[in-house]
Ligand binder design. Structure first.
Ligand SMILES: [Zn+2]
Length: 156
């Protein structure tokens, strides 16, 4: 099991405000994303995955969304932060695509974590953080590529 997180800095750069997302709006936003998720899996050829959106926000202030997957039973859970829910439908589509692209790159991530566990030296910790950064950039590149081919989330 591995966590991957999308950094919310892109949302801040695009001027997305996180204020004004109350509990009711959060619930409505999560329900909207739960209704949207099944429309994303077939065009991304990820129908074999059982993906669920949890109520919890992801860990970390700068994380807008995260995915946690279990390779052994093709299940994954996504957590969405308030900045994500306050974003535009285009940004939400992009970030959902990003999280789901992590499922294609999971093998690399699993091997990375296995290496870090096996060789827990300071040098490997540096490589780990560098690799993590590059993994996010690669995931983002794939998300930018596929997002425009995907349907938008339903309107609020
Ligand atoms: Zn990510």
């Amino acid at each position: 099991m591995d966590w991957c997180a999308a950094v919310g800095a892109a949302l801040a750069r695009e001027g997305v405000s996180v204020s004004g997302v109350d509990a009711e709006q959060r619930k409505a936003g999560l329900d909207r994303m739960r209704a949207y998720l099944p429309a994303l899996l077939p065009p991304l050829r990820l129908q074999q995955w059982d993906v669920e959106i949890l109520d919890d926000a992801p860990d970390g202030d700068d994380v807008s969304a995260s995915i946690h997957y279990n390779d052994s039973d093709w299940s994954a859970v996504i957590k969405l932060a308030d900045p994500f829910l306050a974003g535009t439908r285009e940004l939400q589509r992009l970030h959902m695509a990003h999280e789901l692209m992590h499922l294609y790159l999971r093998g690399l991530h699993i091997q990375q974590k296995a290496l870090i566990t096996a060789f827990s030296t300071r040098e490997w910790q540096l490589i780990d953080s560098r690799f993590e950064h590059e993994m996010e950039l690669t995931t983002d590149s794939l998300a930018y590529l596929v997002a425009p081919t995907l349907p938008l989330p339903p309107e609020a």
